[in-house]
Design a protein. Structure first.
Length: 316
């Protein structure tokens, strides 16, 4: 039996070893657990979303349709700049220098509102980007933990089989030999079955400022978004087909691709709460959803760009 001592010692050493890499991973998880993406200063936006009566707004500004698209008119209304534009239209009929100066002053006032809107878009998109990166990093760490765990279990399974095989060959007693073979096979099988756990490890992940919750509920229930951005998300005339809003289309895709068309499952998901225990799949889903919202937010810049082109056309 003394010949077996080195094998048993090696097996015990293998099972008790905790790698420095895994310790570093766990420390990184603690670092990433709480959000570092939210702005250091909380701005209290006026809780007033522009009017959704888009047909009436467009009908009341028919005189602008020769220069501005319907979307540009709605953006000007959302920025509270329709009076300035209508004043520019009147002043353009007067070629005097004083009228030209007034036109430039009004244009500067409009551009100031547009600049604020663009910086709001950039800020929201940047937070989506930061949150997406944070989730992706911790998702990768959990993947590494799961891979490391599975690799260990495979090594344990191989080691158990090897020890049992060697011990069975050394022990002369048939009864003891069979018992060792059976025990080794059972232990190896147990380690092998443990690698089949489809869900893997959990990790605590906190996001009290949950950017995705308002999107999923389609209600601005928090100060997460400026009113102008929320209006652009929820006014259906700013979506591609103008039948559903940007976030309605996004919610439909999430329900289908992330939650297999199970709305109850989605409503109960940790993704839309203040945080909790996440598995790797949930983390990867959250990262994908944040990245999709970042892209959707940046597409609104196209609408603002078209407005600037229309405004230049009016001034020139």
């Amino acid at each position: 039996m003394k010949k077996l001592y080195p094998f048993f010692a090696a097996f015990i050493l293998l099972t008790s070893c905790v790698s420095k890499k895994n310790q570093a991973i766990k420390q990184n998880i603690l670092t990433l657990r709480d959000s570092y993406c939210k702005a250091p200063f909380k701005y209290n936006y006026e809780n007033k979303v522009p009017s959704y009566n888009s047909d009436s707004i467009i009908a009341a500004n028919q005189q602008l349709k020769g220069v501005f698209s319907d979307q540009s008119i709605l953006v000007l209304n959302a920025l509270d700049n329709l009076d300035e534009v209508n004043e520019i239209v009147k002043l353009k009929k007067d070629p005097s220098l004083s009228s030209q100066v007034k036109v430039l002053q009004l244009k500067m006032k409009i551009n100031s509102k547009i600049t604020i809107a663009l910086t709001e878009l950039d800020a929201v998109a940047a937070e989506f980007d930061c949150e997406g990166e944070r989730v992706a990093q911790i998702g990768n760490y959990v993947d590494n933990l799961n891979d490391s765990r599975n690799n260990k279990l495979i090594l344990y399974s191989i080691a158990a089989g090897a020890v049992a095989s060697i011990a069975g060959g050394i022990v002369q007693d048939n009864g003891w030999s069979n018992a060792i073979d059976i025990s080794g096979g059972t232990l190896g099988a147990a380690f092998g079955l443990a690698t089949l756990n489809p869900k893997g490890k959990k990790v605590e992940f906190i996001h009290q400022r949950n950017l995705l919750r308002d999107i999923w509920n389609e209600k601005l229930e928090s100060p997460n978004f400026p009113p102008f951005i929320w209006y652009m998300y929820t006014e259906k005339r700013f979506s591609n087909k103008e039948q559903h809003s940007i976030i309605s289309n996004m919610k439909e895709r999430w329900l289908h691709y992330q939650f297999d068309d199970d709305e109850n499952k989605a409503d109960q998901s940790v993704i839309f709460k203040d945080g909790g225990l996440y598995r790797a799949d949930d983390l990867h889903n959250r990262a994908a959803m944040l990245n999709q919202m970042q892209s959707a937010t940046r597409t609104i810049n196209q609408t603002i760009n078209y407005l600037l082109l229309d405004l230049d056309k009016l001034i020139l």
